[in-house]
Design a protein around this ligand. Structure first.
Ligand code: SF4
Length: 321
């Protein structure tokens, strides 16, 4: 494998735990790779561990066991390596209003990272270039303004400009358009896609919305109760989902209504009480409908934890079916 083919981010059996006695298994054995120049959508219900997982990539959550590498360097708690990591990996949060200091001008918001990382060059020119690349043109119109003078979509573009000004290899985006009006979501997603296509950056977009995955992602990883249960090329996963949980998620997306709608029953997933066997079995429609019993796999569903196995080239799922 050439250096260029090596994944930009790789996670091996990553566990992140919280709470008393580390009883909350927020991330519970994740193996995942992010390729160079791809958009990977990390999809799942809220509370499935996806935000914790991307925070661990940037060193914001201590990993209980397993390993994370970014561009061949292990992510550790060491101050020097964290500093390098935080330039190579940038994070964009869901709420652009909360992420911007209301007392700072747009120039200062974008310049802050440049100063922290001592990026050489003319600061005003670097800020103007970043704003223009994020679609805030002409940049002179924005630099002296304050966050409250901009729309939600413009504020999200300022955060994207601040991240891209540092020329990162990876952009981690936590529900990047969830707080925006539907009318401007497409524009912001197209902007993010352009950074991948024009600058080769890799994006991990955390979302509960499979429609977003459909719009910009090259690959989709589906997460359930701390574990990746299916991963593969977007069209494949969305057209031929192999895991019953992915099928249930897809059945409620308007664009994919050809699947029979499946409402998930059973207890709300609780990462402090992960079921034995397949962690999805208490809610799995295949078990509830009796199909698992008919197929003779019910005992395995209840007692044996399935691992990710390949179902088609590059498409894996963790299910006994
Ligand atoms: Fe459902 Fe069994 Fe597959 Fe788990 S292993 S998703 S319980 S069919």
């Amino acid at each position: 494998m050439s250096e260029h083919d090596a994944p930009i981010v790789s996670l091996r059996d990553v566990h992140v735990r919280f709470g008393r006695g580390a009883s909350v298994r927020a991330v519970d054995g994740v193996d995942l790779e992010v390729r160079r120049g791809e958009v990977l959508a990390l999809v799942g219900e809220s509370g499935c561990g996806k935000t914790t997982l991307i925070r661990s990539i940037i060193g914001l959550e201590p990993v209980a066991s397993g390993s994370i590498e970014v561009d061949g360097h292990a992510v550790t708690r060491d101050a020097r390596s964290l500093r390098r990591l935080r330039r190579r990996v940038q994070m964009i949060f869901q709420d652009p209003t909360g992420a911007l200091d209301p007392r700072h001008t747009i120039h200062e918001a974008v310049a802050e990272g440049l100063r922290i990382h001592r990026v050489p060059g003319d600061e005003a020119a670097l800020v103007a270039d970043a704003l223009a690349r994020a679609g805030l043109r002409p940049p002179e119109r924005y630099v002296r303004r304050f966050p409250h003078e901009l729309s939600g979509g413009q504020r999200q573009r300022v955060l994207i400009a601040a991240a891209m000004a540092l020329d990162p290899a990876v952009l981690l985006a936590d529900e990047p358009v969830a707080s925006l009006d539907a009318s401007i979501r497409g524009e912001v997603l197209a902007l993010m896609r352009s950074f991948v296509d024009d600058h080769g950056v890799s994006i991990v977009a955390v979302t509960h919305d499979l429609g977003l995955a459909w719009n910009i992602a090259d690959r989709v990883a589906v997460m359930y109760l701390g574990r990746i249960v299916e991963v593969g090329p977007t069209e494949e996963v969305l057209a031929t989902p192999r895991h019953p949980y992915t099928r249930a998620l897809l059945s409620v997306v308007p664009e994919t209504r050809r699947l029979e709608q499946q409402i998930l029953h059973g207890e709300t997933p609780d990462p402090s009480r992960i079921p034995s066997g397949c962690r999805f079995h208490p809610r799995c429609p295949v078990v509830a409908s009796g199909e698992a019993a008919r197929l003779g796999i019910e005992a395995r569903c209840r007692g044996e934890d399935p691992t990710l196995t390949e179902r088609a080239p590059g498409h894996t799922a963790a299910c006994h079916l």
